[in-house]
Design a protein around this ligand. Structure first.
Ligand code: IPE
Ligand code: IPE
Ligand code: MG
Length: 257
């Protein structure tokens, strides 16, 4: 049993401010191209938007912020762009962790880290250790992350721990599996934001988004700021989260919007 039961088994508590926000930070390349700059200039500018968003979320009382930084499919990009993204990640870890730590933010990196160079893995480990005791907000950076990878690695870990499940699969339940997911220590996201105008999940948190409110904005990631975040939060507040129930049931329980 995890600290946060599956939303399909137990209806999670509601709140005006989303407790867990998950963002696909998309549109860096288009931001740069529209200014006749190389795509990587958009990625560099995107780091400023990360800083702004982390700060704005912490100030608004968000407990978990998860940012999709590099997908398991982004290795398909030109090698030059991939190596700039890796360098940016390294620089950000070198420069930003002190500030995160001072702001009481715990950093976690989720994804298949085995593909990263040793220096990057070492910086990730150091940053996670340094910020482990912070409780104001947990910032999870999804790097070489894929939703399908996550579900598969969870199955593998579960079967390695409980091989008897292979002989009696009826014993397998949602909570056993979700306890092995990369973000088992966080509740499922309340709000998903994708910038850049595309309306797709792109292999982000497939399992965890089951009942997440989805919000899409045309704003390109380097332009995203506290005002854009507040628009997303306002949309979130206007949603009726029924988790399978009817509006009348919510009204009867005093939960209607
Ligand atoms: C998101 O911006 C950043 C990463 C995927 C690393 P993009 O680089 O995908 O920007 P667009 O979608 O090409 O504009
Ligand atoms: C999703 O953006 C991944 C990240 C933002 C890290 P992409 O730009 O890679 O997604 P697609 O290819 O448009 O679906
Ligand atoms: Mg993109």
């Amino acid at each position: 049993m995890t600290a946060f039961p599956s939303s399909t088994r137990v209806v999670p508590p509601g709140s005006d401010v989303p407790q867990h926000v998950a963002i696909i930070m998309d549109g860096n390349g288009r931001w740069a191209t529209s200014r006749r700059l190389p795509r990587v200039a958009g990625h560099a500018k995107g780091v400023d938007a990360v800083r702004r968003t982390v700060d704005a979320c912490a100030r608004r009382g968000v407990r978990f912020l998860t940012l999709f930084a590099f997908s398991s499919e982004n290795w398909r990009r030109p090698p030059d762009e991939v190596s700039v993204l890796m360098r940016l990640f390294i620089t950000a870890l070198e420069r930003e962790v002190v500030q995160l730590h001072d702001n009481g933010i715990r950093l976690r990196v989720i994804g298949d880290l085995s593909a990263f160079e040793p220096r990057l893995r070492q910086l990730i480990a150091q940053a996670e250790t340094r910020t482990a005791g912070n409780t104001r907000m947990t910032l999870s950076v999804a790097a070489n992350y894929g939703g399908r990878w996550d579900i598969l690695q969870a199955f593998r870990a579960l079967l390695a721990e409980r091989p008897e499940l292979a002989d009696d699969p009826s014993q397998l339940d949602e909570e056993a599996l979700s306890a092995k997911l990369a973000m088992a220590w966080a509740p499922e996201p309340d709000l998903f934001i994708r910038t850049g105008g595309e309306q797709r999940i792109s292999n982000f948190l497939l399992w965890q988004l089951a009942y997440t409110e989805l919000y899409f904005t045309d704003a390109l990631w380097p332009d995203f700021d506290a005002a854009a975040l507040d628009l997303a939060f306002a949309s979130f507040r206007s949603r009726e989260r029924r988790f399978g129930r009817t509006s009348a049931q919510l009204a009867a329980d005093g939960l209607a919007r």
